[in-house]
Design a protein around this ligand. Structure first.
Ligand SMILES: [Mn+2]
Length: 325
């Protein structure tokens, strides 16, 4: 598959980043979560070899510009805890798919208070993980974090395509005075001229976003939630074929009855299985190079949602990294 890696020396990738806090001299030094706090069963086979893992989970509970409900800052911890209850065996793969790739999770960093600084901080972490040849998987946190996470990918891949599962288009050019608002997450992604976008499940957008989408039809493919019974998945994944793909899943893309544990739940969304189907087909269409799962805001006592979010994260990793059946 075409990777189309840009011929930019690594040293020039960090023009607006501050990755140095994450680097120890020239060598990359990762601080991993201990088995009891990491992703998946702490007794699993690869637990003592985090350095060998291809998938690196980056917990990043950014919560700075959330507009309605809150609590997404607690998302990563709840997902990591619930992941201990997941079966390692996946009935779709008919084996324990993590054994194909290995999973480690980084210790959460103290997130910088300003959104701009936090995004640069995340950019640095993602850059370091990529420089180490690993697959970054960011657990949010609010959707604005994608603007930071995407930068190293946009710098590396000429023809990057972002697959977004979301209730909201997130195409506002700033929201409530915040350039990097969660409501602007995809607008900031599209600031990179080489990136195009496939949006699935959209059912919350404003006139400005509709106009922007109309004016950028060459770069934005939007699939509305209300049309989901008529979606042609072949058509949805067509722009992903043979390309490097970054997947961003805003958990509110799922229907609000299925997944109410999020700041701005919207009816008319995807089922859990429809979400998996799209992710699975997308992962086969091109090469998934990185991903995030954002906007999960746990509801105390309702651990079914924590479990669903953890399950979705494991599926996303396995679709992207496990050997094909
Ligand atoms: Mn979003």
């Amino acid at each position: 598959m075409s990777q189309c890696i840009r011929s930019i020396p690594k040293t020039s990738l960090h023009s607006c980043a501050t990755p140095s806090s994450f680097l120890n001299g020239a060598a990359l030094k990762f601080d991993y979560l201990p088995p009891k706090k990491t992703f998946l069963d702490p007794l699993r086979q690869d637990i003592k070899r985090p350095k060998d893992a291809r998938a690196v989970i980056i917990p990043f509970g950014l919560e700075a510009s959330v507009s309605y409900g809150s609590g997404t800052g607690a998302g990563p911890k709840a997902i990591l805890e619930a992941s201990h209850q997941l079966e390692l065996f996946d009935e779709e793969f008919w084996r324990e798919p993590y054994l194909d790739y290995g999973i480690a999770a980084l210790k959460p960093v103290k997130i910088k208070p300003s959104v701009t600084a936090a995004l640069a901080q995340l950019e640095g972490i993602v850059t370091a993980v990529l420089d180490d040849g690993k697959f970054p998987f960011v657990l949010g946190g609010e959707h604005s974090l994608t603007a930071g996470a995407i930068r190293p990918f946009a710098a590396r891949y000429d023809d990057l395509v972002v697959l977004q599962i979301d209730a909201h288009a997130d195409l506002r050019d700033g929201y409530l005075g915040e350039h990097y608002s969660h409501a602007s997450a995809m607008r900031r992604v599209l600031d990179h001229a080489n990136v195009s976008l496939v949006q699935v499940g959209i059912r919350g957008l404003c006139q400005e976003e509709a106009d922007f989408a109309d004016q950028n039809r060459d770069r934005i493919h939007m699939y509305l939630g209300i049309h989901q019974d008529r979606w042609d998945i072949e058509k949805i994944i067509a722009p992903l074929k043979g390309r490097p793909i970054y997947i961003t899943v805003d958990i509110d893309g799922l229907d609000s009855a299925v997944m109410p544990a999020t700041g701005t739940p919207v009816p008319g969304g995807l089922s859990y299985l429809k979400t998996l189907e799209i992710l699975q087909r997308a992962s086969q269409a091109g090469t998934v190079v990185g991903a995030d799962l954002v906007e999960f805001a746990p509801i105390k006592g309702l651990h079914a949602y924590d479990y669903m979010a953890a399950s979705l994260a494991y599926k996303m990793l396995s679709y992207a990294l496990a050997k094909r059946n």
